[in-house]
Design a protein around this ligand. Structure first.
Ligand code: HSE
Length: 397
């Protein structure tokens, strides 16, 4: 019997406890032993809850109990999630987490602490919800030379974009629905302003290139400025608008990371990833193009990914340590300049004058939308000097 503690009895923590119970026979069959939730740590009051006897407020109870070998950190936010995780690793306990903020901000420290203490720190659920993406990147693709990673990494914004732009819902209504369905972050600005997607693409870039960069150095733009006119022009141009996290190794060996809405042409598989679904395209020199697709948020799908990490650890308990992963911390100044990246642009200006160099033009309602040839954002700014720019959206590159 393997005993675990679940830290945080919220949406995902609650889903995890529920799933461990529901799948107990499958887990026992697969692992050769049962998994039991010994403690649930949460500072809130759960008097009268059917699991009240397992709930404790003090994390030290878990830390000091040698019977607990795995800690599932489901708190969210940087602190105390990081502090509890590092303490558990130092106490020789394995840690699994769905917390992208902690992985993005402290991943290299947590992985180092795990390696030093011969335990595992796994975080499959931190990116892509239910989609197995961390494990394939950590194992199957670890020997490949990764050219790029492109992903729709935030379920809430994809849900909002799909419902607002293509089903006619108002932004506030679509956001409220995403919150009610348990997709959104506690502060939905993290979703809407691209911060959550930024954390996730930084994690994927670290898996691809071994270096975790500070999120606040990454060029990040959310979906607040996307309008119905942008969406209807996108349809006319055979594309759809998606919030894309992008990472690549540039020709001069730098890492380029960005998060922004992009016009995704309909022949790119990500263009048809809708609602809460996430899609991640990984291009490797050896493997070519891979596409991962699935539910990017939600209580049970995300809990399923956490449970997969627990099962992986339980299976390795009998045969030794999981192979350790190692990241280093990069400085923001080492990142490539995202504005210098070349792609086609959609750009809409006020009035009927057409900026020079347009290769496609849509004129409507006193505004002129153009598509450019592949250029840098600096070149676009030069091209539209003297125009009142209403909207500019990169194409998927
Ligand atoms: N708020 C996140 C999203 C939850 O919408 O994708 C899953 O990480």
């Amino acid at each position: 019997m393997v005993k675990i503690a679940v830290i945080g009895f919220g949406n995902i923590g609650g889903g995890l406890v529920e799933l461990i119970d529901k799948h107990k026979e499958i887990i026992a069959r697969d692992c050769g032993t049962e998994v039991e939730v010994k403690y649930i740590v949460d500072i809130r009051d759960f008097t009268g809850h059917p699991l009240e006897s397992k709930i404790v407020k003090d994390f030290n109870v878990v830390l000091n109990d040698p019977e607990v070998s795995i800690v599932a950190e489901m708190i969210g936010g940087s602190h105390p999630a990081f502090d509890f995780s590092i303490a558990a690793l130092k106490a020789g306990k394995h840690v699994v987490s769905s917390n992208k903020e902690v992985v993005a901000n402290f991943g290299e420290q947590l992985l180092a602490a795990a390696a030093e203490n011969k335990v595992a720190y796994l975080f499959e659920a931190s990116v892509g919800g239910a989609i197995p993406i961390i494990r394939p990147m950590r194992e199957s693709l670890s020997s490949d030379d990764i050219i790029s990673v492109n992903g729709i990494l935030n379920g809430t914004t994809n849900f909002i974009l799909t419902n607002m732009l293509y089903n006619g819902k108002a932004f506030e209504d679509a956001l409220a629905e995403a919150q009610a369905l348990g997709y959104a972050e506690a502060n939905p600005s993290a979703d809407v302003d691209g911060i959550d997607a930024c954390r996730k693409i930084c994690i994927l870039a670290a898996l691809a290139y071994g270096v975790i960069y500070p999120c606040d150095s990454v060029a990040t733009e959310g979906i607040r400025n996307i309008s119905k006119r942008d969406a209807s022009d996108a349809s006319e141009l055979g594309a759809s608008i998606k919030l894309i996290g992008h990472a690549e190794k540039t020709a001069d060996g730098k890492v380029l990371i960005s998060v922004c809405p992009r016009m995704v042409p309909s022949d790119v598989p990500l263009s048809s990833v809708n609602d809460v679904f996430n899609g991640i395209m990984v291009s490797g020199k050896a493997v070519g193009d891979l596409m991962f697709y699935g539910r990017g948020a939600g209580r049970i799908p995300t809990a399923g990914a956490v449970l997969a990490d627990i099962v992986e650890i339980v299976k390795h308990l009998s045969c030794g340590q999981l192979p350790p992963s190692k990241w280093t911390r990069g400085a923001g100044s080492e990142l490539a300049d995202a504005k210098a990246a070349v792609s086609k642009f959609y750009c809409r200006v006020n009035g009927n004058k057409i900026p020079e160099g347009a290769i496609e033009v849509i004129q409507k309602d006193g505004e002129t939308a153009i598509v450019t040839a592949p250029i840098t954002e600096y070149e676009l700014d030069e091209m539209t000097k003297g125009f009142e720019v209403v909207s500019k959206i990169r194409f998927f590159a």
